[in-house]
Design a protein around this ligand. Structure first.
Ligand code: UGA
Length: 458
């Protein structure tokens, strides 16, 4: 099929290349000529495992190309909308301006059809009610039909999530009415459906809500375990013990139950706030009022790292602190709402001499903190540190050897903001180590970690 993807950021670029992989003839459009040029040259404008290979395969097959010109899209049968819906500059709500202007530009070039329908498929995360209002504009072009098909891909697993999704959600104006747009989208996703991926058809608003509530739920799960972590710090319990045992209950599960410095990125924080704003607009703000607390717990974890640093160093002014990690999570170079960079900024504000390193996100870190704060290479970044703070759990940091690392720093002090280091091992190598959600080992007394709990599998 002939497909266009409008907005080739993270979501759109991966979607475009994946659709070409499925055998479709795809054209991706963006208003940013530099992004279009990079993709057309086979260069990924972001770090995403497996994406560049997929992109190059698509380009080489002749089934994938990129443009800035809407006129070139007119021939496509299906148009996907992958535009960003960031948080509004002056409030919690989602900024839908990119989406609205794309719809207007597309409407201007779409030919009126009286045969097979032209399908426009929204993939962006939007507040409930958006599809119905966008449909009122775009469906004025004869033969055009709008569907909403939210995307659930995770950065770092974007290709895998697009080609083997947990489920496909189709939002239509009225799910009780037979609708030929469903068959059209089925034809696009035929290879996935043949592999047994479940497809669910529902009303526009339900499809929109599936996506925002999924992200709000994930954020809530993380903040829940981080709230428990606060309780652990107060009582001397170890949050990793609590989390491991909790997750063994099938109804709860282990995923998104890792306590630490909390969630960030371009999705969870802004989608949670957009959900709050949208609920207020619909007069049901109270129903999701607890999400304010989810956000507050998340912010408190960042502040807690600064308090811990002060507990370990006393006055932070002039102390050399190395922050390991800048991306909001490993296997990404995305620093939007990154907990690591936020903590680094707070430490800087407290007067510390902060150095940040990351395997992929140095450019983003330099933009936020200034180039003088950024060091390439873990060894160089660790040199002379009074305190090391691990905030993004890249494999390279999880695998650090305490004895070798000790020789690189000035003072062997560590804060593990992601609970990925074994505190006992680090203490045995002479480190003072503190972890979020685990009490400090009392001096002169064996650390709690030194006595592994019975009944806990290795
Ligand atoms: C998230 C959702 O997981 C995707 O399903 C969704 O499609 C995407 O947003 C989106 O709306 O586009 P992503 O932003 O890539 O995906 O990141 P996640 O893997 O969800 O991680 C978010 C944050 O939570 C990261 O900062 C991560 O470090 C943190 N996290 C995750 C924890 O602190 N603890 C955990 O146990 C899990």
């Amino acid at each position: 099929m002939k497909i266009s993807v409008i907005g080739i950021g993270y979501l759109g670029a991966v979607h475009a290349a994946s659709m070409a992989e499925l055998g479709h003839d795809v054209i991706g459009l963006d208003v940013d000529p530099a992004r279009v040029a990079a993709l057309q040259a086979g260069r990924a404008p972001f770090h995403e495992p497996g994406f560049e290979e997929l992109l190059r395969r698509g380009l080489a097959s002749g089934r994938l190309r990129f443009t800035t010109d809407y006129e070139e899209l007119a021939h496509a049968d299906v148009h996907f909308l992958g535009l960003g819906t960031p948080q509004q500059a002056d409030g919690f709500g989602a900024d839908l301006s990119h989406l609205r202007s794309a719809i207007a530009s597309l409407a201007a070039v779409l030919p009126a059809r009286d045969g097979a329908a032209t399908l426009v498929v929204g993939k962006s995360t939007v507040p409930a009610g958006t599809s119905r209002s966008l449909a009122a504009t775009i469906e004025q072009v004869a033969g055009v039909r709008l569907m909403w098909n939210p995307e659930f891909l995770r950065e770092g697993f974007a290709v895998q999530d697009t080609l083997t999704p947990d489920r496909l959600v189709y939002g239509v104006p009225d799910p009780d009415v037979e609708d030929d747009r469903v068959a059209l989208l089925d034809a696009v996703y035929a290879p996935l459906l043949e592999h047994g991926v479940t497809r669910l058809v529902m009303g526009y608003e339900a499809a929109e809500l599936v996506k925002v509530s999924a992200n709000a739920f994930l954020a809530t799960k993380i903040s829940f375990i981080n709230a428990v972590a606060e309780m652990c710090e107060a009582t001397g319990a170890d949050v990793t013990d609590v989390s491991r045992a909790l997750g063994m209950d099938d109804r709860i599960g282990h995923k998104f139950l890792r306590a630490g410095v909390g969630y960030g990125g371009g999705c969870l924080p802004k989608d949670l706030r957009a959900f709050l704003a949208s609920a207020e607009e619909h007069g049901v703000g109270e129903a999701v009022g607890f999400l304010h607390e989810v956000d507050a717990v998340n912010q408190r974890r960042r502040a807690r790292v600064v308090t811990l640093a002060a507990e370990m160093l006393g006055d932070l002014a002039g102390r050399r602190i190395t922050v390991l990690g800048a991306a909001f999570k490993p296997d990404s170079d995305d620093v939007r709402e990154s907990p690591a960079l936020d903590v680094a900024a707070r430490l800087l504000e407290a007067g510390a001499d902060v150095r940040v390193t990351d395997p992929e996100a140095l450019a983003g870190a330099a933009r936020r903190l200034g180039p003088e704060r950024v060091v390439a290479g873990t060894e160089d970044a660790l040199a002379g540190a009074d305190l090391v703070v691990l905030l993004t759990e890249w494999r390279e940091y999880r695998d650090l050897d305490p004895a070798t690392t000790r020789r690189l720093v000035d003072m062997p002090r560590m804060i593990d903001g992601r609970n990925v280091l074994d505190p006992r091992q680090w203490r045995e190598a002479g480190w003072e180590i503190r972890s979020l959600g685990r009490a400090a080992a009392p001096r002169g007394v064996p650390s709690p970690e030194a006595t592994p709990s019975v009944l806990v599998p290795a």
